[in-house]
Design a protein around this ligand. Structure first.
Ligand SMILES: Nc1nc2c(ncn2[C@@H]2O[C@H](COP(=O)(O)OP(=O)(O)O)[C@@H](O)[C@H]2O)c(=O)[nH]1
Ligand SMILES: [Mg+2]
Length: 307
């Protein structure tokens, strides 16, 4: 590993240390207790997985995989199980990654999610990363619901040194996106990132507003590769799955950003989210600073929890 990569990994590992403690310490205990793989061991493992945010479906998939592989490979020792679980999880995460080629296209990233999950912060971080790696970036402040939201985004854009298209509070978010598209086209920006409002007190309103933004993107910027990333706050656990289901019914979500992994014991939520929704995680948030966002790497993520 080079130095940067090592730094990234230790940050991720540190962030996920509570999740690791929750999950792998318990697994370690039953491995020690049982020594041999038997029904009792598998039942206890099942309980650990379910109670550590893996969810029922994903837990069942893991247990089935363990049973199959144990038979196939004639495994007997419980000490061998951790590697089998890791293997299942890495494969599952990799299978659900769907990166398409968009190298020659302008790109739009529409960021959606409920209030407070970390949309605006993640946009600041993504803008910074893309800018640092040589892309020209424009950000659209299409959360026009609160004046503070626009100010917050302006601060991030200043830090990231990217341009922002904004309007006054209460203005039509669709109009902001429209203006931002014109500006992205005129300046041949590589990436346009759109912030959106996330109030869910009226789901219909929110979804209508998002649909309008989609229509404008389709109509005005059909030549661009459009990604819709849903931001999920890892600390909300299973609730994140419910949110993701809601959003994917309306918007074609094709990527997830999992935030606040630093310090939560609920990092295991990443697995059922991907396994149940079949949507890949693109980025993970590991803190509040501008460089606290990492590309999601299945192997690193699984190692950070199970190593
Ligand atoms: N610890 C931590 N805090 C985060 C992370 N991402 C966002 N936050 C915090 O979450 C809060 C809400 O973020 P914000 O971007 O305003 O959420 P939005 O309402 O979805 O736009 C802020 O206090 C952020 O600093 C993260 O990865 N780790
Ligand atoms: Mg916001």
């Amino acid at each position: 590993m080079d130095k940067d990569k090592k730094g990234f990994f230790s940050k991720l590992k540190e962030g996920l240390s509570k999740t690791k403690k929750n999950l792998t310490d318990q697994i370690g205990n039953i491995v020690f207790k049982h020594k041999k793989i038997n029904d009792e061991f598998l039942e206890e493992l099942e309980e650990i997985l379910i109670t550590s945010d893996m969810g029922v479906e994903t837990t069942m998939n893991i247990i089935d995989y363990i049973k199959d592989e144990a038979k196939k490979r004639k495994l007997e020792d419980t000490a061998e199980i951790k590697d089998v679980i890791k293997e299942y999880l890495v494969n599952m995460l990799q299978e659900n990654d769907n990166e398409e080629d968009y190298k020659d296209k302008q790109r739009v990233i529409l960021v959606v999610g409920v209030n407070g999950v970390g949309k605006t912060t993640s946009i600041g971080k993504i803008a910074y990363r893309l800018k640092q790696s040589g892309n020209s970036v424009i950000v659209a402040a299409a959360d026009t619901f609160r004046a503070a939201a626009v100010e917050q985004l302006k601060d991030w854009c200043e830090k990231a040194d990217v341009d922002i298209v904004a309007s006054e509070q209460g203005s039509d978010p669709g109009a902001v996106v429209f203006d931002a598209i014109q500006s992205a086209k005129a300046r041949k920006a590589d990436v346009l990132i759109c912030d959106t409002a996330g109030r869910l007190h009226n789901k219909k309103n929110l979804m209508n507003e998002l649909s309008k933004i989609f229509k404008i993107l389709d109509k005005e910027f059909s030549e661009a590769k459009i990604d819709v990333y849903l931001v999920i706050d890892a600390t909300t656990g299973q609730n994140g799955i419910i949110q993701a289901k809601l959003f994917s019914e309306t918007c074609g979500i094709n990527g997830l950003i999992l935030t606040k992994l630093d310090g939560t014991a609920k990092g295991g939520i990443a697995f059922p989210i991907v396994n149940v929704l079949k949507i890949p995680i693109k980025y993970v948030g590991v803190g509040e600073k501008i460089d606290d966002l990492q590309d999601f790497n299945p192997v690193d993520f699984v190692n950070a929890i199970f190593e």
